[in-house]
Design a protein around this ligand. Sequence first.
Ligand SMILES: *Cc1c(COP(=O)(O)O)cnc(C)c1O
Length: 396
Amino acid sequence: MERKRLAIDGGIPIRERYLPYGKQDLDQSDVEAVVKVLQSDYLTTGPMIETFENSIAEYVGSTYAVAFSSGTAALHAACYAAGIKENDQVITTPITFAATANAIRYQGGEVVFADINAMTYNISADSIENVITDQTKAIISVDFTGQPVDYQAIQDIATRYQIPFISDAAHSLGAIYKGKRVGSLADMTMFSFHPVKHITAGEGGVITTNNKQYYQKLCTFRNHGIVRDHEKHPTWYYEMKSLGFNYRMSDIHAALGANQAKKIDAYLNKRIAIAQEYTKAFRDFNLITTPFQLTDVESSWHLYVLRLQLDKLTVSRTEIYQALQKENIGVNVHYIPVYFHPYYQQLDYKKGICPHAESLYEEMITLPLFPKMTGQDVKDVIKAVKKVLRYYEVKA
Ligand SMILES: *Cc1c(COP(=O)(O)O)cnc(C)c1O
């Protein structure tokens, strides 16, 4: 049987146009929502902020939502509200975007990495128990790819140690854990509105919470630490009571976010349908492992991560990544374990501390997945993956 020549070896690529791994979907109503703000009195600190916050709070079922200029700023604020300070230990996963761990560092905290579960790729309650100490002041989990972590098990640990539980839900807007939507299952939950995420505000983030004290701290932190009391003082008077930041979202961004929020379920359904097509196509393909899904959760499918069975392949993930890129398929890698980055290496994190995360890293590849993908796009991805992997299959 003749094997099809790969594009990387001069063959014809599976598709002519490059398919990115993620992309926003904007329609005329999004454009109009933004234009309307541009023509209004407020570009920032106006009424769209609350409109956007309410739409997110309502969707996820939380009491409060506080908008920030980015998801990263939102995580920083959550660490502040949780009381993280110099040398406090905070536990998180290494399989995340660096911003999750960086938020701990912004507060001067020490990042403690707990390993992932080898099946779900999520931080596990067992590995948290393995690294928790009296110095641990918070836990930040990540719903990796959109599959919720075991919120109940992690909340139990947080309750036992009387520490806040923060959820980085940048991947899991719309995901469901044991019948409940992600957004009020932890003390504070972060959503990101970067263009590759479920809905976009251009840039932006939100913390949802049911706790009034956290809510007040989050609001103060994003606005320089300024507090106003119009009952006690004249309206021009304010006091800066703590060192906050300007982490406000603008009304331009909020208007886009609020309009996009109307389409969360429509986008979610498209992501689910594409993920199902991938799983159907790859279920019996012996060179990869498809994403394992727990039965009591519903993923929001931010990412579709294949695990390569490298013992059946003649090359590493990097060669397969490069071959797929040449086929014009925008595969990606999520994520480089956070402590592999030079900044964390110089803080003296040893390689080998999270073995499951490190072996996953060698074997993982992310396929394109976004609502605007056409049926043909999905077919191209499937065809390209099969073409490339069959080419590099170890022959008996
Ligand atoms: C996108 C993302 C962030 C950061 O969000 P920004 O809005 O880009 O600042 C944090 N954590 C995870 C897991 C993300 O995917």
